[in-house]
Design a protein. Structure first.
Lengths: 102, 102
């Protein structure tokens, strides 16, 4: 498998963020070819010690890094990436990597 | 489900890091009660644009945040957390959150 992790920093207006994210961004992202599983945080994103800088975390699973590269290059992937500018208020960190279960 | 994500910053000595991580830290972590799935990055951790500050990413899955809290409080969880000091050269970011598939 391979993963795309998105870590969204805490927005000034969490309600507006959540509304846009779930009603518009997620439906766009779910059209990305090759997407196998889409998991999002439910409730707060914390460290073991307490609060974190992040409002929401998403883990998108694909078959391989090649599949992620194809997904990011697709029209649907490009539209999803472009949509980030419509609702990300305080930054997002995107990480991609091949993964294995151990 | 619930997730614990560990993001390890790039160490000065990646070979030493990897040797300790896979031979000692992973076996310790796999003893943590309630751990359902342990995924690690295979190869480099990148952003869609290129390199990232991270050497390795791990995603540990549990049934719930309650299970993560119990896991972190267990003797095995405490031993795994204490072991971080034995090999983390450049910092690790730990994030915990309840998650749902959408």
């Amino acid at each position: 498998m391979a993963k795309l992790i998105a870590l969204y920093s805490k927005p000034a207006d969490p309600a507006a963020f959540d509304k846009y994210y779930f009603s518009t961004h997620v439906p766009l992202a779910k059209k990305i070819p090759g997407l196998q599983r889409y998991e999002v945080s439910a409730g707060s994103v914390n460290t073991p010690q307490g609060g974190s800088p992040y409002h929401l975390a998403a883990i998108l699973s694909f078959d391989s890094m090649e599949a992620i590269q194809q997904a990011l290059g697709s029209a649907e992937g490009q539209a999803t990436a472009a949509d980030l500018g419509n609702f990300v208020q305080a930054g997002v960190e995107l990480l991609v990597f091949d993964s294995k279960e151990i």
